[in-house]
Design a protein around this ligand. Structure first.
Ligand SMILES: Cc1cc2nc3c(=O)[nH]c(=O)nc-3n(C[C@H](O)[C@H](O)[C@H](O)COP(=O)(O)OP(=O)(O)OC[C@H]3O[C@@H](n4cnc5c(N)ncnc54)[C@H](O)[C@@H]3O)c2cc1C
Length: 402
């Protein structure tokens, strides 16, 4: 049998794509191949669960557009399918004069990205969040929380209900593009598909390389450690509490996150991971580490950000340092309040020149499309990303089949 579409990866991007392929190409067959025992085992099931509003991102970027659209689409999907979410809003808290100055830059960004927001004084912040200390804040009401693994499981169900196949324990190990089809070999079987979409997260570059093409980027895994606050702190905040980001390193800065199950987490930080899917602090793979540490792009990133990288590493190893990051705005917390919680690993594309790819990145051949960079807020943006991929596939199929 030749499938019409084969999708690699049952994370939220792969499943959103599979579902939207079925909707756009009624009657065409869709097969999803996933190497794990179930969906959402990696980034999708190990994140903060925030439905971002999308105001940080460069105006005009795919991230800014897809996140704004995704905020609405994710909530609509949840409402349609009875998945719990909460529009709790997010507060970005300035704790000193420098952050207050950076806050005005963010206010401009919010306005440029057409995201509704309010600026709060120190007094208004205290009223909104009695346990949080700051000299001012931005409130973004449309930010929400959800469990992205639950959304992904629902998408698997919908794809299967519509006749799609989702095969777990199917690790794709080889790809070959022929004039009329893609051949896909897993560790168990071979499949043929007219078109392929690869949504392989932290393995994105390795899947591109299976086609024989050298990817123009490498995925560098950055671990994000979290801590869970004890249940006595479940009501410590009413909103998500974020620090004002450094514009040079916007993804750094641990936040206090209300989770949809009622608990509160602190995190994540960003530490180089020495194993792509190794979630424990001491997990190590010689092959992964050798590959990373011989990559000129990563060496440049480490040189340019040496101090910050060392600080993140130190705070990952010593709870007291980590705690200070959150005590800046929530001074009542102590080391005893921080309990272990599963970490996540971000897939970040880095160019050989040492640039972190900030925007979402896709590349395609005649018969295949590869999602190459889909870091946060890609869970929020998964529905518009799937739509974008489907539009690209419509162009590819028209070119090939007229
Ligand atoms: C710590 C952390 C916090 C985050 N917080 C947020 C947040 O609050 N809000 C937000 O919007 N985003 C957040 N993100 C980002 C978001 O989680 C990811 O961008 C999103 O989940 C990416 O989805 P994906 O489907 O591309 O990747 P993944 O979920 O990683 O899925 C990729 C899948 O491909 C499979 N795969 C890989 N190679 C193969 C192969 N050869 N054969 C078969 N299968 C294969 C993997 O097993 C995996 O299941 C966060 C990410 C992290 C790590």
């Amino acid at each position: 049998m030749i499938y019409d579409f084969i999708v690699i990866g049952a994370g939220i991007i792969g499943m959103s794509t599979a579902r939207q392929l079925q909707q756009a190409f009624p009657g065409k067959s869709v097969l999803v191949l996933e190497k794990e025992i179930g969906p959402a085992c990696h980034q999708t099931g190990r994140n903060s669960g925030v439905i971002h509003a999308g105001f940080y991102y460069a105006p005009g970027s795919l991230k800014a557009q897809f996140c704004r659209e995704g905020n609405v689409a994710t909530k609509a999907f949840c409402a349609e399918h009875g998945i719990r979410f909460e529009e709790c809003g997010k507060l970005l808290v300035a704790t000193n004069a420098l952050e207050l100055e950076r806050m005005s830059g963010l206010v401009t960004r919010c306005a440029e990205n057409q995201i509704p927001f309010e600026v709060l004084s120190a007094q208004q912040l205290k009223e909104a969040e009695p346990n949080i200390t700051g000299v001012g804040a931005i409130l973004v009401p449309s930010t929400g929380i959800v469990n992205y693994a639950e959304i992904t499981r629902k998408m698997v169900e919908l794809v299967m209900q519509s006749g799609g196949e989702v095969l777990f324990n199917s690790n794709v190990v080889a790809l070959a593009e022929q004039p009329d089809r893609m051949s896909v070999r897993t560790d168990k079987a071979c499949f043929e598909g007219r078109y392929l979409v690869a949504c392989a997260g932290v393995m994105a570059d390795r899947v591109v390389a299976m086609t024989g093409v050298k990817p123009e980027f490498k995925i560098i895994p950055f671990r994000g450690d979290y801590f869970l606050l004890g249940v006595e702190h479940n009501r410590i905040v009413n909103h998500l509490i974020y620090p004002i980001p450094d514009p040079e390193l916007p993804f750094l800065g641990v936040h206090l996150t209300k989770m949809i199950d009622g608990t509160v987490t602190v995190g994540p930080n960003a530490v180089l991971a020495f194993k792509r899917e190794g979630y424990a602090r001491l997990d190590f793979s010689l092959a992964d580490s050798f590959e990373m540490l011989t990559y000129p792009g990563l060496l440049k990133v480490l040189r340019d950000n040496f101090k910050v990288s060392m600080l993140e590493l130190k705070n990952s190893l010593f709870k007291a340092g980590y705690l200070e990051l959150v005590r800046k705005y929530c001074p009542s917390l102590t080391v005893q309040d921080l309990h272990d919680y599963p970490a996540g690993i971000r897939a970040q594309a880095v160019t050989p020149e040492g640039l972190l790819v900030h925007d979402f990145l896709f590349v395609n051949t005649d018969r295949a499309l590869f999602v190459c960079n889909a870091p946060s807020p890609a869970a929020t943006s998964a529905i518009p990303i799937g739509k974008h991929i489907v539009e690209k596939m419509q162009t590819l199929t028209k070119t090939k089949e007229g």
